[in-house]
Ligand binder design. Structure first.
Ligand SMILES: [Zn+2]
Length: 64
């Protein structure tokens, strides 16, 4: 069984790549996206969903 974030509304969040400044778009449910310009991963601000989402640990791959 696959666990998913209980987020149903699709929202697009724009974020500037921290490496090259390119504007990239993150969709709801994505916590990282590959920058089309410099090919580095741009991460969503972890504080946004990790604080309340019960599956945040699995999303972010955190292991104790
Ligand atoms: Zn970039």
């Amino acid at each position: 069984m696959q666990k998913k974030c209980p987020v149903s509304d699709i929202e697009i969040m724009e974020k500037n790549c921290q490496f090259c400044g390119e504007l990239v778009e993150l969709f709801t449910g994505e916590y990282r996206v590959k920058c089309p310009k410099c090919k580095n991963y741009v991460f969503r601000d972890k504080a946004s969903c990790a604080e309340w989402c019960p599956y945040a640990e699995e999303c972010f791959g955190k292991k104790s």
